[in-house]
Design a binder for this molecule. Structure first.
Ligand code: EPS
Length: 375
């Protein structure tokens, strides 16, 4: 399974092509739109989301809601394009409009203009923008539907916003409630504190990041491989999370804490109960030796604060070489809920890739038949 995405933040649309889907996978278009809407929401988002109302248009690969096994092409239109066509159109654009030379610290602007030999960071930021993640939510939701056919579910919640942290354990069933919360947090008090923090940051022209936890329930053991470093499941899933704009850290299970503890306080002991191997703890986060071990997969990722600050950070104008304040037109204060939805989506897609590599199968009957034969 492979995904290619294209599209600029203020271009006509975002598009994607998913290759390698089996036939007869039922596609729930309304569910894709629901996740797109969730990606747009959450406390602390900015003006752009008032303009957009993302919805998917499936262009190929699906007939009467069932996949054909041909490439599934899709589009998510940018409503804002009509306000940007004069400077973004593929032909006849006035590139003197909306130039950005006051490069933003923390964004792709400066390194991008040097690497791609540009003088306008617009040519960099349009693609570097997290707007691209709308396409990954579409593909991730298709992958979620593929995994669901095997009994595998993905969920998550926001654990931390700008240092305000919910350190409690929450069961997989509890996580579903997070999506109806303004910051996808499960601890009401922490959430209220985090919302007040976002208000304060907004008033000061500043931004927030946070930490998200993603869980996968129901995956059988043996996905990924201990035989080749390229096939390790933890590496594949963390790579997917790190590919999301603004992610600066990824953890599996106990994560960085394993480096602070002794072995007997880290490793999950193994028991045989009612004829089944099991563990009473899940510090490994469901992955041992680069393979799923049948326990819940637990992943966390840290999102840095949005790099466009309304108050502006100190920088240098790329063209004049003069010190200045970094560019800012509008910005999200926090996009941690969007990040949660995106991380679920990229984990779903990466996992569907791993699963389809092991199972193969040209149609869903073959895929589910092969999965059901696994121990
Ligand atoms: C985004 C749309 C963008 C940004 C954000 C992601 O809207 P605009 O730039 O038009 O205000 O809000 O982009 C970034 C975080 C970024 O780094 O560029 C979206 O739809 O998610």
């Amino acid at each position: 399974m492979k995904l290619t995405t294209a599209g600029e933040s203020h271009g006509k649309m975002l598009v994607g092509i998913i290759e390698g889907l089996p036939s007869n996978l039922a596609i729930d278009i309304e569910e894709i739109d629901r996740y797109l809407a969730l990606r747009q929401g959450g406390y602390g988002r900015g003006g752009r989301q008032k303009i957009e109302k993302d919805s998917v248009e499936i262009l190929s690969g699906v007939r009467n809601r069932l996949t054909l096994a041909s490439p599934l092409a899709f589009a998510v239109r940018n409503r804002d394009y009509e306000n940007w066509a004069a400077c973004m159109a593929p032909e006849g654009a006035d590139t003197s409009l909306r130039r950005l030379t006051k490069v933003r610290p923390g964004h792709a602007d400066l390194t991008g203009v040097i690497k791609y030999d540009q003088t306008d960071a617009r040519n960099i930021l349009e693609r570097a923008s997290a707007r691209e993640t709308a396409a990954r939510v579409v593909a991730g939701t298709v992958a979620r539907q593929y995994l669901r056919a095997l009994g595998v579910e993905i969920s998550g919640y926001v654990r931390c916003v700008c240092g305000i942290e919910d350190g409690a354990y929450h069961s997989f069933e509890e996580l579903e409630g997070a999506k109806s919360q303004p910051l996808f947090m499960l601890d009401g008090e922490k959430q209220a504190e985090a919302m007040a923090k976002i208000d304060e940051l907004k008033a000061h022209g500043d931004t927030a990041g946070g930490i998200v936890e993603i869980r996968v329930k129901g995956l059988k053991s043996g996905f990924g491989s201990c035989m080749s470093y390229t096939q390790k499941l933890d590496a594949r899933l963390c790579s997917a999370m790190m590919s999301v704009q603004a992610i600066k850290g990824a953890e599996v299970g106990m994560g960085f804490e394993v480096g602070r503890r002794q072995g007997s306080a880290v490793h999950d002991e193994i028991f045989l109960e009612d004829g089944r191997f099991c563990r009473h703890t899940n510090n490994a986060g469901g992955i041992e030796g680069g393979m799923s071990n049948g326990e819940e997969i637990v992943l966390r990722a840290a999102m840095k604060p949005i790099p466009t600050l309304m108050k502006g950070l100190r920088t240098v104008d790329y063209v004049s070489g003069q010190p200045c304040t970094a560019a800012s037109e509008r910005s999200d204060v926090a996009a941690i809920c969007a990040c949660e939805v995106i991380l679920e989506s990229v984990v779903a897609f990466a996992l569907a890739e791993v699963v389809s590599e092991r199972l193969g199968g040209d149609n869903m009957k073959e895929v589910t038949g092969r999965y059901n034969l696994l121990p």
